[in-house]
Design a protein around this ligand. Structure first.
Ligand SMILES: [Zn+2]
Length: 222
């Protein structure tokens, strides 16, 4: 009986006391959209992503650089044949822009301890839903997610499941991470805590410009 009551208390705590709700407010969405729009308008984003692509092709010729791996989305056929690459990706951003207030929603992961930040029915779907169990008050981090998911909405699919590690050098991760690094650099956040791992070629491109990145200090990249 004692054990049963304890379990009940723990369960109550989990529901009432331990779940941190951060409902969608237009405040944090507006802040993140502002950061997204400002970084998409900055030529430095394309410069850094293309530099990372070049560096990865040099160090690993069979890697395909920073690969864009689109599937065909209804209504948005790929131009021509073959892999469209970064030219195609940046043309998508120029003509179709980033996320908007209307494309952002929320969802509740079933588990209170879920680490998921956002979900989308990627690829091809524009709508992105943020977990209402996580804090989204850092517009720099949210801007990364918005741009990452926008790349998916153009049709990009990760080649190796949905985990960051095996996909860290693909177009969705590199675009989002490069945007986050530019925004952190603007705020002079030299010790900004990036999600790991970050693509090494992107770290090299950022390091060459004296910008913060997410690779290890002991490799002499800061
Ligand atoms: Zn993704």
């Amino acid at each position: 009986m004692k054990n049963t009551r304890l379990l009940y208390c723990v369960a109550t705590l989990m529901v009432v006391g331990c779940v941190h709700h951060s409902p969608l407010t237009t405040d944090w969405i507006a802040a993140a959209l502002h950061e997204q729009d400002s970084v998409l308008a900055d030529p430095l984003l394309e410069e850094i992503v293309r530099d990372a692509d070049r560096r990865r092709r040099q160090s690993n010729p069979s890697s395909g650089g920073v690969p864009v791996l689109p599937v065909r989305c209804e209504g948005f056929p790929l131009p021509g044949t073959g892999s469209p690459g970064l030219d195609w990706l940046f043309a998508q951003f120029r003509t179709r822009g980033g996320q908007t207030r209307e494309t952002i929603g929320s969802y509740r992961p079933p588990w209170p301890w879920s680490h998921a930040v956002a979900q989308t029915a990627a690829p091809c779907v524009l709508r992105v839903e943020f977990s209402d169990r996580r804090d989204h008050s850092d517009p720099v981090s949210v801007a990364n997610t918005l741009i990452h998911e926008r790349v998916h909405s153009f049709g990009h699919a990760h080649a190796h499941g949905n985990k960051r590690s095996p996909n860290a050098c693909d177009a969705a991760y590199v675009m989002g991470d490069a945007a986050e690094a530019i925004l952190a650099h603007r705020r002079r956040l030299a010790d900004y805590d990036f999600d790991a791992p970050m693509c090494q070629a992107l770290c090299d491109a950022l390091n060459a410009r004296g910008m913060p990145h997410g690779c290890r200090r002991e490799r002499g990249l800061r």
